[in-house]
Design a binder for this molecule. Structure first.
Ligand code: ADP
Length: 372
């Protein structure tokens, strides 16, 4: 039987394609959608195909099945689970996300009326600070279907396709609710600059995105759903979670739609310590507490992703020293990771955000964001 679990079960799905299909879809005039769907169905396993067809049956009218299939390939499977504990620090953001998304999704009965959750939340901050990890953890912890889309996957150069893709995304999210629609780099979808003819496709997907999102917000505002709408899925359990490294690029109207804007800052002292200890925890190392304190100190200004890169590079130190001998050295004769490995790596691994860059985030957060 079809169920959300089937969609999310990694054993039942092929991995999503690395890149979107690059051949133009046949237009409605040339070939019917049914024919195109049938052609594409040949690529799928029979059971997968059955599952997908059952999902497609539940879709609201006006959702193009071909676009829906394309969106289904963007669903992140459960195999990629991230849990709260995997994410160092960001306690405030975790708390806000639990309250705004996880608890309402698990206990919708408690969160109605005045407690109705927001339909959208923006995570902003420097790159590599854990925004994507947080979104994945939210999906895991709220047992939701997770649609991970990038702005470019919603933009098609073929006339009319962009709108169809966006409609399919929201249609599927309702049909498979509870759902999280995670849009990475939302700035490029909702940017004030997406005008002009070469940006026609992105302008169209932006407009459709805002229209579809308003519909969700209306549903959340307590409007009674018609029986047809109910059949099409639970719009009240669909949330748009978006991430950006460039919050200032989002136009004002779109920014105001995100009632919640959560700043995801660079990790503080104690968070860097927690992350460094965790990273080297399972490794053979000889770093003293004092060494770790020095590392915590010199990684001021590093993002979580910079720290991960540093530790990975330092962990290569013992192997690099071996040269070709690495091919036949037994595991127990590989030396421990030592402080000088980190010192050497610090020459090449530098923070990705400059102090000036950081100030821009801090200023934007002060003006438009919530901290935590
Ligand atoms: P963002 O979406 O903010 O650009 P990601 O969530 O994709 O950043 O993080 C990139 C990588 O950096 C992660 O896969 C992880 O290895 C590391 N990382 C970033 N922030 C954290 C964190 N708070 N705790 C643990 N690892 C982190």
């Amino acid at each position: 039987a079809i169920s959300q679990r089937n969609v999310n079960n990694p054993t039942r799905r092929k991995p999503p394609p690395a890149k979107r299909r690059e051949t133009p879809p046949s237009s409605d005039q040339e070939t019917s959608d049914q024919q195109s769907s049938a052609d594409e169905a040949e690529d799928e396993g029979e059971e997968d195909d059955e599952d997908i067809n059952k999902i497609l049956e539940k879709l609201p009218k006006g959702v193009d099945p071909l676009s829906a299939k394309q969106i289904l390939n963007d669903i992140v499977v459960r195999g990629d689970e991230v849990h709260w504990d995997d994410i160092a620090g960001l306690e405030g953001a975790k708390k806000a996300l639990k309250e705004a998304v996880v608890y309402p999704f698990l206990r919708p009965d408690l969160f109605s009326g005045l407690r109705e959750p927001a339909r959208g939340m923006l995570l902003f901050g420097p790159p590599g600070t854990g925004k994507t990890m947080l979104a994945r953890a939210v999906a895991t912890e709220s047992k939701s279907t997770f649609f991970s889309v990038s702005a470019s996957s919603l933009t098609s150069k073929w006339h009319g396709e962009s709108e169809k893709l966006v409609r399919a995304l929201f249609g599927l999210a309702k049909a498979l609710a509870p759902s999280i629609i995670f849009v990475d780099e939302i700035d490029s979808l909702l940017s004030a600059r997406s005008s002009g003819s070469e940006h026609e496709a992105s302008r169209r997907s932006k407009t459709e995105f805002l229209v579809q999102w308003s519909d969700l917000q209306r549903a959340a505002a307590g409007r009674e759903q018609t029986s047809r709408e109910k059949k099409e899925g639970d719009a009240s359990r669909v949330l748009v979670l978006a991430a950006t490294n460039m919050p200032w690029d989002i136009d004002e109207a779109a920014r105001r739609r995100f009632v919640r804007r959560q700043y995801i800052p660079l990790p503080e002292h104690h968070v860097r310590e927690q992350q460094i200890r965790k990273l080297i925890g399972h490794q053979h190392h000889e770093l003293s507490d004092a060494d770790i304190q020095v590392l915590v100190h010199v990684t001021e200004g590093f993002s979580g992703s910079d720290i991960t890169a540093l530790a990975k590079d330092a962990a290569m130190g013992p192997l690099r020293n071996l040269g070709e001998a690495l091919l036949h050295t037994p595991m127990d004769q590989i030396r421990a990771i030592i402080f000088p490995d980190f010192e050497a790596s610090l020459y090449s691994i530098r923070p990705s955000v400059s102090p000036d860059g950081l100030k821009k985030y801090e200023d934007w957060a002060r003006e438009f964001g919530e901290r935590g």
